[in-house]
Design a binder for this molecule. Structure first.
Ligand code: PAF
Length: 284
């Protein structure tokens, strides 16, 4: 694999005829098995793959979170090297490469801006849209692969692609989990030992709630999830919502759920001082 850090080098490396279809896996580094699954999937589908590693400052609404975000470039390259092929590329730009001038663009995503993460992390998705559109402009991928853990981000990116008319195909990959069910995330490494030991409760609880959809009403399930997770010391639920997978509109009663749609239970939890998200499909 080749490691490049400027858009010019990247464009040179992706201009040869063996570069299509070009696959793209954008990341913020601190890679784990979930990312590696995305990269393997991209390599299976594409003749050349670009993996970007860039911690995007514009998507952090909390400066401490940005400061503490894990940066592990050497380990990341070691993890990627057995997976990427000789012609594949790791793109490690700096801030100037991505934002030669301050990005003042403001995006609008309709209802996606009014629910869940958007309410709890103001400005977050505008920053995601800025960086993803900029990365798409530089990399010009045919296919881009994202993980389903960031459920709302995926919906925002699909909407961004729709609005901009970009021809890139967005593929989503299932969540990869630890043995106890915890969704893999770069932030997991920031959990204290005692919190990490208990963190499997998040997936266990949302799975149980999903399986109870035909027996209990939605307010009950929301309150069940909150109570069950908060029994673990140091855990507090920011939200648990059941939403459709297109507009992400929260449903408040089972009778609002239509057979032709898909629904997901989405959660954000403060685990110690680390914020984790997860989701699960609600079977109808
Ligand atoms: O999901 C992430 O890691 C980031 O939000 C992304 C898509 C790489 C943009 O910075």
């Amino acid at each position: 694999m080749k490691v490049v850090s400027t858009a010019e080098e990247l464009q040179k490396a992706t201009s040869s005829p063996d570069s299509t279809p070009l696959g793209f896996v954008p990341t913020m580094g601190a890679l784990h098995r979930g990312h590696i699954t995305l990269v393997r999937n991209a390599a299976g589908l594409c003749r050349k793959v670009v993996v970007s590693i860039y911690v995007n400052p514009t998507q952090f609404n909390d400066q401490d979170d940005l400061k503490n975000y894990p940066r592990t470039l050497d380990d990341d390259l070691q993890l990627l090297s057995p997976v990427l092929r000789e012609n594949d590329i790791v793109f490690t730009p700096d801030d100037k490469e991505i934002y030669p001038v301050k990005d003042r663009r403001v995006f609008h995503f309709g209802n996606l801006e009014n629910v869940m993460e958007a309410l709890h992390r103001p400005g977050h998705f505008n920053g995601v849209a800025q960086v993803v559109s900029r990365l798409f402009e530089i990399v010009k991928p045919d296919i881009a692969i994202f993980g389903q853990k960031d459920f709302q981000q995926l919906a925002v990116i699909k909407e961004l692609v729709r609005q901009t008319g970009n021809k890139v195909k967005i593929i989503d990959n299932p969540i990869v989990r630890e043995d106890d069910g915890l969704a893999m995330s770069s932030r997991n490494r920031l959990l204290s030992q005692s919190i990490r030991k208990k963190a499997g409760i998040i997936y266990k609880t949302i799975s149980a709630a999903a399986s109870m959809i035909n027996e209990h009403d939605i307010p009950y399930l929301i309150s069940y999830v909150k109570k069950n997770i908060e029994r673990a010391e140091g855990f507090s639920v920011e939200y648990f919502e059941i939403v459709d997978d297109i507009e992400l509109k929260p449903v408040s009663a089972r009778c609002e759920m239509k057979k032709e749609n898909k629904y997901f239970g989405c959660i954000a939890v403060k685990a110690g001082n680390i914020r984790l998200i997860d989701n699960i499909e609600i079977p109808l």
